[in-house]
Each structure stands twice: as C-alpha cells, then as structure tokens.
Design a protein around this ligand. Structure first.
Ligand code: MG
Length: 451
C-alpha cells in the first residue's frame, strides 16, 4: 500500500469527521509514537509514613488508572515530616487527580506554581514525592530503570563515602581504617569535642566540660576547629595520603573562622570541606575562594535556584550537595547537574539516613548518568529498611550500584511499613516530644548556634 492510499484509509477511519491528509499524517505519527504506551492518568496520591531506622521517611505513592501501574517518590523532610503529609494529601492530591502521569516536567511546573508562594522545604518535599513517583511510573511504562530514561550510564557505579566518627581521635582513625578495609576510597571523618555537642560525633571525654551559663548542649566554634585540625593531622599520619578525607562543618562557625579554617586545612588535601558557611552567609564564598584552595561542598539546606545558581555560575564551590527532595525532586536536580557540568562543578547529593531508599535510588540514578558526578554520601540500609523497601541499591567495595529493575526498582511493603510508625521523639530518637525535630544547641553564654 502506498502512503497516499494509507492516508486515505486513515482519513476514512476518522469516524465520519472529514480531516485533511496532513491531519491524518499527524495522527498517524502520534499513534506510532505512543503505540504500546497509553497515557496513564493519576487516580490517587497517598503518603506512606514509616520510620524503619528511627528517622521519619514520608514516601509518596502515585497510583494511575492503569491496573498495577504506580510509583513511589521520596518526600523526606524528617524534621517536619508530619507537615509534608497534608501538603501532599490536602493540596497536591486534588490538584493532580485526573491529570496525565506522563507529563512530568509540566506537572512539576504546575505543582510548583500552584502554591503561589514557593521554594519552601515542606512544599518542595511534597512536590518531590510526586515528581519521583512519576519518574518511577515512566520507567515502569518503558520497562527500563530510570537511569536509562536519562540517557544511560556514563559510569558503572558511584564511588561513595562512609561516616567515620568517634568521641576520640583514635576511634575515628580506627573507624576510617574499617571503611578502608571494606574497599572505601572516601571517608568522612568527624570527632567529638570533650564536653561539647559536636556535629557527627559525641563529645568523648567529659573531664574538660565547658562551663556554660545554661543547661542546654554547648558548642564553641574555636574548640571545635582546633580539635578538627588535630584529627586531620592524625588521619594523614596514620591513614596515609591515598584515602580521600571529607569533613562536614555543618555551618557551625562564623564566616571569619570559616575563612581561616579553609586556609588551615589546605595542607591536609581534603577531598572536600562541607557546609563551611550557612545558607545565609553564602556571599562569603567569594572571599574564601580568593584565599583558599580547599575544595568546597555546599547545599544540603538549599531550597531555591537563587541559592545554587550563583555558586555554580561563579565557580565559588566545587561540589553541589543538595538534598534532592528538598530541591523538589529529580526533575530540578537533573537540570541543576546539567548546569553545573558546564562550570565543572561536580555533584555530591545528600545521602544520609534521613533520605528514604527511594531517594537513594534517585541519587544513584543521577550519579551514574551525570558526567560531572563527584562522590555519593552513603548510609547503610539496615534490616528493617530492607524489610520495608525491597530492592535497595547494593554497595560493594565502596561503590553503590543502581537497581536494574524498571523505574526505581523498589517495591514498598506497606504492611511492613506500618510496623514502624513515626515516633514522638526527635533527632534519631534521642530526644522526646519533638516529633522528629532537633533540639537547641547554644554557645556557653547561651546564644543559639546554627546547626
Ligand atoms: Mg552535611
């Protein structure tokens, strides 16, 4: 059959509505492009609330009108997890029901703009839950892992770093050796400071308790800085030059101290120094950059393009370190990574225990498809997590591998998830009545610190 004859038949089959051969050709192209992939519509949006490892993990489930076609997305803002749930159920759910599930970018823009006021962590996490679920659905439709939809792998697996922590420097060194013996090439090192509430490690020996004018946990930046420098010295002496050392300041020091610290640690050749400034102080990066060659990572608290765009375009940092759900999900973060590639800024997506295994799948997907990947933070999946989330990414010899099943390749056992409800405690269960929130930390005179 020649093309003209076929188009005449298509025209005749148009149900009595006279259409031109040009329109018929367009219909034919559409039919060919969508063959086998009928457009699913969103039938329901739900939130699974589970805390298998003690940290609150809200996970969004988007269900379509096609039998058995649904997806999961990470909406993990663990410190305010209860607020993400109504943001999804009361606002996004009615907004989305009936819409086409395969128009991911369009739906992202629609959700983002539907609140009018935007770029907040609760709403961004809610959007992320839906966004990542839509990518999961599209992968299942295509019968491919999501990394294939993004162009396929540029590397086999992601180099990850583990957390070596301890109250004493010797404990940190031993912990780092343990990681290295398991094949890790990158280790984050954090040591406690006696009598202080350090970040990433408890305070160790309390014999030199700092006298404070209050009873809250205490943190003094200068003590911490001196202790951290001793730690790096011990690590380089005892661990050698080959291991890549990372460290997280967690925005706890003044920008002036940050400038000095980035200069003082130059000789230890860190892989990166993380969050040396708070998001409110990012303009200081221009001064730090002019005076220090220490590689800088920043961004796990970022919500908005207004925060990361200047740091990338002015090459003020080396690693963009965003919490993917906090920025709104896979859709904005793949664009962020693509922008960063042109400025040779690398990615190091936030990946601790307050990211769900679905979120870790989104991280590892970006890791293997983005040329400008740097390193991936790794948090092990304990037995309870694996009981709830079937198909967690596999770590071997310090490399994390993406799941090869369609979509994210994870199935959530909702019955098992219900065994691990949100508790009333805060920060990993160590504080009561904070609903997953963090308590305060103060300087010895009583001033609150950023944490
Ligand atoms: Mg951090």
């Amino acid at each position: 059959m020649n093309r003209r004859k076929m188009l005449q038949l298509v025209t005749a089959a148009a149900g009595g509505n006279w259409i031109t051969t040009r329109e018929a050709a367009a219909q034919e192209r559409v039919a060919r492009a969508t063959r086998g992939l009928p457009s699913p519509r969103i039938k329901d949006v739900q939130v699974i609330q589970t805390a298998p490892a003690g940290l609150r993990l809200p996970v969004v489930k988007v269900i379509t009108d096609q039998d058995g076609l649904y997806g999961y997305g990470c909406a993990c803002f663990t410190q305010r997890a209860d607020l993400v749930v109504p943001a999804v159920e009361k606002y996004l759910r009615p907004f989305l029901i009936g819409k086409q599930a395969d128009r991911i970018d369009d739906l992202w823009q629609a959700m983002y703009n539907s609140s009018y006021w935007r770029n907040g962590p609760v709403l961004n996490n809610a959007i992320s839950g839906v966004d990542q679920a839509l990518w999961d659905i599209k992968g299942k439709q295509a019968n491919m892992p999501v990394y294939q939809l993004l162009g396929g792998k540029v590397r086999e697996a992601a180099d990850v770093y583990g957390h070596a922590s301890g109250g004493e420097i010797a404990q940190v060194v031993e912990s780092a050796k343990s990681y290295m013996s398991r094949g890790f090439r990158h280790v984050r090192v954090q040591v406690g400071v006696p009598g202080m509430e350090g970040y990433g490690a408890r305070g160790g020996d309390n014999s030199t308790q700092i006298k404070a004018l209050h009873s809250a946990p205490v943190f003094e930046p200068a003590y911490y800085i001196r202790r951290a420098l001793k730690l790096f010295d011990a690590c380089r002496t005892q661990l050698g030059e080959e291991v890549e050392l990372l460290h997280d300041v967690h925005e706890r020091i003044h920008p002036t101290q940050a400038l000095q610290f980035t200069r003082d640690v130059e000789k230890f050749k860190l892989f990166f120094l993380e969050d040396v400034l708070s998001p409110e102080d990012i303009a200081w990066f221009r001064l730090i950059r002019q005076q220090s060659s220490t590689p800088l990572a920043m961004g796990e608290l970022f919500n908005s393009p207004h925060e990361w765009t200047p740091l990338i375009s002015e090459r003020l940092i080396d690693y963009i370190r965003v919490h993917v759900s906090q920025a709104g999900g896979l859709t904005p973060c793949r664009k962020m990574a693509a922008m960063a590639e042109h400025f040779s800024v690398r990615t190091a997506w936030h990946g601790p225990g307050d990211v769900s295994p679905i979120g870790h799948c989104a991280n590892i997907t970006l890791d293997v498809v983005c040329y400008n990947f740097g390193v991936q933070e790794y948090s092990p999946f304990n037995e309870a997590l694996q009981e709830v989330f079937h198909g967690c990414p596999v770590m071997k010899d310090g490399y994390l591998y993406p799941n090869e099943a369609p979509g994210w390749g994870i199935e959530v056992d909702e019955k098992a998830a219900s065994k691990y409800p949100f508790s009333g405690s805060g920060r990993g269960g160590s504080r009561s009545n904070l609903n997953g929130g963090w308590g305060e930390v103060r300087k010895r005179d009583g001033q609150i610190i950023k944490q």
